[in-house]
Design a protein around this ligand. Sequence first.
Ligand SMILES: [Zn+2]
Length: 68
Amino acid sequence: MPSDETANAAPKGGKCPICGKPPVQKFRPFCSQRCQHIDLGRWLGERYRISPDESPTEPPGEPGEDES
Ligand SMILES: [Zn+2]
């Protein structure tokens, strides 16, 4: 297996970390601005409680997600 770079922290050509769809160049590594906002909301949520004007339909954690 010459092409095994699991040590790389930045997955290339992967999927949207929010919903698992193929990422869009404009919103990489996310598939859409919504998923980008969801991820940003999570990130900021550790310090602030924000109220996004959009209602994310994706659950905070999908079943089968790898939890370390
Ligand atoms: Zn997505």
